[in-house]
Ligand binder design. Structure first.
Ligand code: SAM
Length: 186
């Protein structure tokens, strides 16, 4: 979006690249950067799709080893992407360690999500559960899925990615490349 974790990154003196497919969010992010007076070599925004992450992120431009970077997919953004298989393929090509923040597919998580989408103002919300996971959709444009473990395992295995899933809070599920998983459990 417009830099959901931008301030978090700045406070911790991390370099930050924000990517989104929506031009308005990228413009808002750039405006925030201007207001925060952050050096442009430390933080920037790029209009583009996560499907092209390997083409967008050039290891030589990062200034650090790619293994010291984190591709973070906040707030179920991954579950909003129409071509998750292309995203994972590109992620594998990029060599970036990653954390995909999503939801569990439990009854409780599904009920919480339903309340949340209703509060967002969506009308006529439909819930469907399949082998892929739990999807919410509506005639006014909602389409979001929390993927289930089997679907994710297969998608990661196809791309030779070693990843684990880790529950967090009451309804969250994070899907992490294995090196991160081990660090998080130390
Ligand atoms: C912040 S998430 C919202 C998820 C929502 N909270 C939910 O529960 O499903 C949606 C963001 O993902 C972005 N997005 C969708 N597809 C994308 C893609 N292929 N590449 C990059 N960003 C994408 C959208 O533009 C939007 O800013």
């Amino acid at each position: 979006m417009h830099g959901r974790y931008l301030c978090w990154a700045i406070r911790r003196k991390k370099s930050y690249i924000g990517i989104d497919v929506v031009e308005r969010y990228i413009s808002e992010g750039e405006q925030r950067l201007g207001e925060l007076k952050t050096p442009s070599d430390q933080c920037r925004f790029i209009l583009g799709s996560a499907e092209d992450i390997a083409a967008i992120i050039h290891p030589n431009d990062l200034g650090v080893d790619v293994r010291r970077c984190l591709a973070f997919f906040p707030f179920n953004s991954f579950g909003n992407m129409p071509n998750p298989k292309s995203v994972v393929k590109s992620l594998a090509q990029s060599g970036l360690p990653f954390c995909i923040s999503s939801y569990r597919i439990s009854q409780k998580a599904t009920e919480c999500r339903k309340r949340y989408y209703r509060n967002c103002g969506y009308v006529g919300i439909r819930t469907s559960r399949s082998r892929s996971g739990v999807r919410f959709s509506s005639p006014d444009g909602l389409s979001t899925i929390a993927y289930g473990p089997t679907f994710l395992r297969e998608m990661f295995a196809t791309n030779n990615i070693d990843a684990r899933s880790m529950p967090f809070s009451q309804v969250g599920m994070a899907h992490l490349s294995s090196k991160l998983f081990m660090a998080a459990n130390k």
